[in-house]
Design a protein around this ligand. Structure first.
Ligand SMILES: *[C@@H]1O[C@H](CO)[C@@H](O)[C@H](O)[C@H]1NC(C)=O
Ligand SMILES: *[C@@H]1O[C@H](CO)[C@@H](O)[C@H](O)[C@H]1NC(C)=O
Ligand SMILES: *[C@@H]1O[C@H](CO)[C@@H](O)[C@H](O)[C@H]1NC(C)=O
Ligand SMILES: *[C@@H]1O[C@H](CO)[C@@H](O)[C@H](O)[C@H]1NC(C)=O
Ligand SMILES: *[C@@H]1O[C@H](CO)[C@@H](O)[C@H](O)[C@H]1NC(C)=O
Ligand SMILES: *[C@@H]1O[C@H](CO)[C@@H](O)[C@H](O)[C@H]1NC(C)=O
Ligand SMILES: *[C@@H]1O[C@H](CO)[C@@H](O)[C@H](O)[C@H]1NC(C)=O
Ligand SMILES: *[C@@H]1O[C@H](CO)[C@@H](O)[C@H](O)[C@H]1NC(C)=O
Ligand SMILES: *[C@@H]1O[C@H](CO)[C@@H](O)[C@H](O)[C@H]1NC(C)=O
Length: 529
């Protein structure tokens, strides 16, 4: 197969190379958004115009990328571009909370930069319904497929309607938001930075799909890459669903209860029932079943199957969210007196009021716009998709029914992307072999996928971190801090087979600041809290 890249005239790529990014303060709106998580260095904001459609030789239409920078506290050795995952999520916003940990992890010697990808936030968003009510309805229609016997058929039809509406109303923006275009944007940003002309890139989760794509398209433009919480890029582009992602979801869910029992009732109140980890886990699954037929009233909320399921799913990201899941089981199943609101307010960094319905609806449609035009499989009928549903259900009881609606919508997607990467993803060679990172138990991207993609990158090494959750930042570890900063600063890869120990146990209050302190990180870079 030939990459589309070879068909492009080079002038399109060079025409914008002279643009520069003017970095300045963030305007008030941006400051409000990004200052809720102050870091030891002040964020800067900037914009860069890039071609809206790189595949068009005669179009001068531009797209304005919005960038956010966390400058290096020490003398900068250059910039690292960061993608925190998705697709469809607000990259700048997520980066604004992640940056506090990324600064020490890069030795304080790199400027860190993130921009909102095409199709997200204000950057060429996909709009499928002019009527905001229809848009919200479409979002609310995305329920877990195992909610009832009839849900799954309804979801297929929801997908038919959404795919058609997006095609009718959103083809313009919707055809230029593939990962291949975002890869070109990364290179445009590198050109505009006027450093050494090379991309240093750290991708988390979906960000590893972008990393694999940009490296395959522009191997000669890459200096270093970290693939963190690696997704199987072959499945992402070529399978009906991301099956491999969910292989360890249920195993991680079990660990929530075994670690609770291990921590004891002082740290995990659910352990006070003197039940085994297996009994507590069975209670969690029973709660899920009950919530299908008789949801719970919690303040102004009806806590139904979808709400319980999504709380469980969220808890797979980080052990810091485990107390919410164990509290839910404690209060709703065992009837322990305590209020969910009280539990919520005690949890670090969980701000549910920050999530607005239109905001969530926008990330949902952005996910469709990007993933559905990247994915190259289409399924003719609902019946033909049923085996994929069976496979997802058999892989994971926690995650198996959460992606079905989104996968089914993609199988019926109609917008034709202007460019999708169809080239090889094998034998990729870049200047410094990349570092792959996987946690021992990651419920969204199993370690196996890190080994899978690493096999395509000459000389690369997989670093395993012995902990729970999604990505290296979910497991504070002095060992990974040393390995990651050594890679960025010196290009040094760990020995193959290196396994880093975690330094923070579940259900305790310590986090990265304690680990940074113990590792002798410059005090002024350590964020409090
Ligand atoms: C961010 O917050 C700090 C402390 O609250 C304040 O001093 C600073 O001016 C704010 N920065 C911006 C860009 O709003
Ligand atoms: C680009 O040029 C082609 C051929 O001349 C024309 O058909 C097309 O409409 C042009 N596209 C734009 C966006 O101007
Ligand atoms: C700690 O970082 C600050 C900048 O944030 C720098 O001025 C100072 O020299 C650093 N201290 C050491 C010991 O490196
Ligand atoms: C398409 O993207 C442009 C540029 O970001 C934006 O101004 C426009 O509103 C978007 N169109 C739709 C229909 O959302
Ligand atoms: C659990 O066991 C401890 C120690 O054996 C005992 O003190 C406590 O009362 C028990 N709690 C329950 C709820 O049975
Ligand atoms: C939660 O987020 C909302 C919206 O971003 C903000 O107004 C509110 O202050 C935040 N609450 C806390 C406790 O951070
Ligand atoms: C779907 O629901 C059935 C019946 O409630 C249950 O036995 C099964 O484990 C569920 N599977 C998934 C993947 O949710
Ligand atoms: C990687 O995953 C893909 C898709 O599941 C599979 O076809 C391929 O054989 C795997 N490669 C390796 C090296 O494991
Ligand atoms: C990079 O290498 C130098 C020289 O070997 C060493 O002193 C330094 O600690 C290394 N930096 C990191 C972050 O590992």
């Amino acid at each position: 197969m030939v990459s589309f890249r070879t068909l492009l005239p080079t002038f399109v790529l060079l025409a914008f190379a002279e643009c520069k990014i003017n970095w300045g303060g963030c305007n008030q709106l941006q400051a409000l958004q990004f200052n809720s998580s102050t870091i030891p260095v002040p964020f800067q904001c900037g914009t860069l115009d890039v071609p809206l459609d790189y595949s068009s030789q005669n179009s001068s239409e531009k797209l304005t990328l919005e960038l956010l920078k966390a400058p290096a506290p020490l003398e900068s050795k250059g910039s690292i571009l960061v993608n925190t995952g998705g697709p469809g999520l607000p990259n700048r916003q997520d980066f604004s909370t992640l940056a506090r940990n990324l600064i020490p992890l890069t030795g304080g010697q790199y400027d860190l930069i993130a921009f909102d990808s095409r199709g997200t936030v204000n950057t060429a968003p996909l709009t499928c319904y002019e009527d905001p009510i229809q848009e919200i309805k479409s979002f609310l229609g995305q329920k877990p497929s195992n909610k009832s016997d009839v849900a799954v058929g309804e979801l297929w039809t929801r997908g038919t309607v959404d795919a058609e509406a997006c095609f009718e109303a959103g083809s313009k923006n919707g055809s230029v938001m593939t990962t291949a275009f975002v890869a070109r944007d990364l290179v445009s940003v590198v050109d505009a930075l006027e450093e050494d002309g090379l991309l240093r890139y750290w991708g988390f989760s979906y960000g590893t799909i972008l990393g694999a794509t940009v490296a395959a398209m522009f191997p000669e433009r890459i200096d270093k890459i970290i693939f963190d919480a690696v997704q199987n890029v072959h499945e992402y582009y070529h399978a009906q669903a991301n099956f491999e992602e969910w292989e360890l979801s249920d195993t991680l869910f079990s660990a929530i209860f075994s670690e609770c029992v291990k921590a004891g009732p002082e740290l995990c109140a659910l352990a006070a029932h003197n039940e085994t980890a297996e009994e507590l886990e069975a209670a969690a699954y029973e709660l899920l079943e009950i919530s299908k037929y008789q949801p719970f009233p919690v303040g102004q909320l009806v806590v139904d199957y979808a709400a319980v399921k999504s709380t469980y799913a969220q808890s797979l990201y980080t052990q810091r969210a485990w107390p919410l899941t164990t509290a839910l089981v404690d209060v709703l199943f065992y009837g322990t007196e305590s209020s969910i609101e009280e539990v919520l307010s005690g949890l670090p960094h969980i701000n549910i009021t920050g999530l607005t319905l239109p905001g969530l609806a926008a990330t949902d449609i952005a996910l469709a716009g990007i993933y559905c035009s990247d994915n190259q499989v289409r399924t003719e009928s609902f019946d033909e998709f049923v085996p994929a549903i069976d496979k997802l259900y058999s892989l994971s009881q926690i995650m198996g029914d959460l992606g079905v609606s989104s996968y089914m919508r993609c199988q019926q997607w109609k917008i034709k992307p202007k460019e999708t990467y169809r080239g090889s993803l094998e034998h990729v060679q870049i200047k410094n072999p990349p570092l792959f990172i996987g946690n021992t138990l990651d419920g969204h991207t199993p370690l196996k996928s890190a080994y899978n993609v690493s096999a395509s990158f000459e000389g690369s090494v997989v670093l395993e971190i012995d902990g729970y959750g999604h990505g290296s930042t979910a497991v504070p570890s002095e060992c990974s801090l040393k390995a990651i900063s050594a890679y960025w600063v010196n290009g040094t890869l760990p020995e193959p087979g290196t396994r880093c120990a975690r330094d923070v146990e579940p259900y305790t209050n310590d986090w990265w600041p304690e680990v940074f302190k113990a590792a002798g990180v410059n005090e002024t870079w350590i964020h409090k809290g």
